[in-house]
Design a protein around this ligand. Structure first.
Ligand SMILES: Nc1ncnc2c1ncn2[C@@H]1O[C@H](COP(=O)(O)OP(=O)(O)OP(=O)(O)O)[C@@H](O)[C@H]1O
Ligand SMILES: [Mg+2]
Length: 393
């Protein structure tokens, strides 16, 4: 900021001496303004402010015809208490000095005639002290801004953490509830078998053991999915991206998936895309493909058709899995992929699931830098689309 010093004295000769002495010392850095009356000095002060000047120092004579020096300095003090005020006095006027000290926070008074070095030293110190104050003020403002930013950041973080926590709480309560149900069934059947084993015929026993086996498998799957989810949340699930050819990867998976297709005499088709090398964690991506394709089997009637297709879009390979099955209601569609909501329906052959498959798919796909989405129409079918980054992109 530009700086100016104002000198006020009713005698031109004194003003010239002041301007001359201060000018030779401060010339380049500071504008030295002079005035023969206090009234004009106040106008100069205002003009300087309007023109973007700082006024670190005002030096004023004490005895002047209209407004006295101490009165002027009091007015300057009212305009800006930070401006340092120096009084020049011919007579040791105690009353004026006391007044200026008390009401204008007088910085110094210099008796006339003054010593040039003393004057320069005093003004230099005054300017320095003013600039230091300004600097502190600026730094304080900066600190306050940083502080406010930090507070805002902490608030945002806290809100995000609270939400994440609430989501996880909900997730655990859904899982715990499911587990309790399954364990309830398991305990009921095992207790019956253990206390009344002889009472049941072979056929009944077989049904019970089958149910127990189903429940145990369900429980195992729940635990497995929960662990997968927990591992990816805590970052302890290893992430090993490599580059691999997409068509060959899908063909491999299809060999295994075809076995599931047999159960309901469904057909699994694969529309290969051009040869593409993708970059990602194969084990995560095979979990994704398996879950999406087994969903398609599960929610499509026997003899239905499921098609996997591969295309390229920009820097990504796009994989779609389309079925002509039961579809998903709009209400359930909105709730899919959400940890704190549970969407779980039985398949066309009453197959059960954990309702966690797609949530894990989303975590895995996002970890790999891709996206996953789903469109569906009830009674017409569902298409799941996910992307994997191409290698080297
Ligand atoms: N292809 C699909 N057709 C119709 N509904 C689907 C399809 N895929 C998913 N859904 C619906 O979304 C729900 C959630 O799917 P998700 O894969 O997360 O769980 P799940 O298949 O029920 O359980 P799990 O994956 O543990 O076997 C399903 O229960 C079903 O209601
Ligand atoms: Mg599933």
């Amino acid at each position: 900021m530009k700086q100016a010093i104002i000198c006020v004295d009713d005698e031109d000769i004194i003003l010239e001496a002041l301007k001359d002495q201060l000018g030779s010392f401060f010339d380049h850095q500071y504008l030295i303004e002079t005035s023969t009356t206090a009234e004009e000095a106040l106008e100069i002060y205002d003009e300087l402010k309007e023109n973007g000047y700082n006024v670190p120092v005002v030096i004023s004579d004490y005895l002047m015809p209209a407004m006295r020096g101490d009165e002027l300095l009091i007015k300057v003090h009212e305009k800006n208490p930070k401006t340092l005020k120096i009084l020049l006095t011919g007579h040791a006027n105690i009353e004026g000095i006391t007044n200026a000290i008390n009401k204008a926070n007088l910085y110094r008074y210099i008796p006339k005639p003054w010593d040039k070095d003393d004057l320069i030293l005093t003004v230099r110190e005054a300017v320095r002290s003013f600039l230091q104050e300004e600097e502190i003020k600026e730094k304080n403002a900066e600190l306050q801004a940083i502080n406010e930013n930090l507070e805002k950041l902490v608030d945002e973080r806290t809100a995000a953490l609270e939400e994440a926590n609430a989501t996880k709480d909900k997730f655990f309560s859904i899982i715990a509830h499911d587990m309790k149900d399954h364990f309830g069934g398991l305990l009921g059947y095992t207790e019956m078998l253990s206390s009344d084993f002889e009472r049941f015929g072979n056929e009944e026993k077989q049904t019970m053991v089958d149910t127990i086996s189903d429940l145990a498998q369900q429980l195992y799957k729940l635990l497995h999915n929960l662990l997968e989810w927990a591992n990816i949340q805590t970052g302890s699930r290893t992430f090993n991206p490599t580059n691999f050819p997409l068509n060959a990867f899908i063909l491999d998976e299809i060999t295994l998936l075809n076995k599931f297709a047999e159960a309901k005499e469904q057909t699994l088709l694969f529309k290969q895309g051009g040869e593409m090398m993708v970059f990602g964690d194969e084990s995560m991506l095979s979990s994704v493909l398996r879950n999406v394709v087994t969903n398609a089997f599960k929610f499509t009637y026997p003899k239905g058709v499921i098609e996997i297709a591969v295309t390229q879009s920009g820097k990504f390979a796009v994989i779609t899995v389309e079925d002509n099955g039961v579809g998903i209601s709009q209400d359930n569609l909105k709730r899919l992929f959400k940890v704190n909501e549970s969407v779980k329906t039985y398949g066309t052959n009453q197959e059960s699931g954990t309702g966690l498959g797609l949530i894990l798919c989303k975590e895995f796909i996002e970890k790999n830098g891709g996206t996953i989405s789903l469109v569906s129409e009830v009674n017409s079918g569902t298409t799941v689309t996910f992307t994997i980054p191409l290698f080297g992109q």
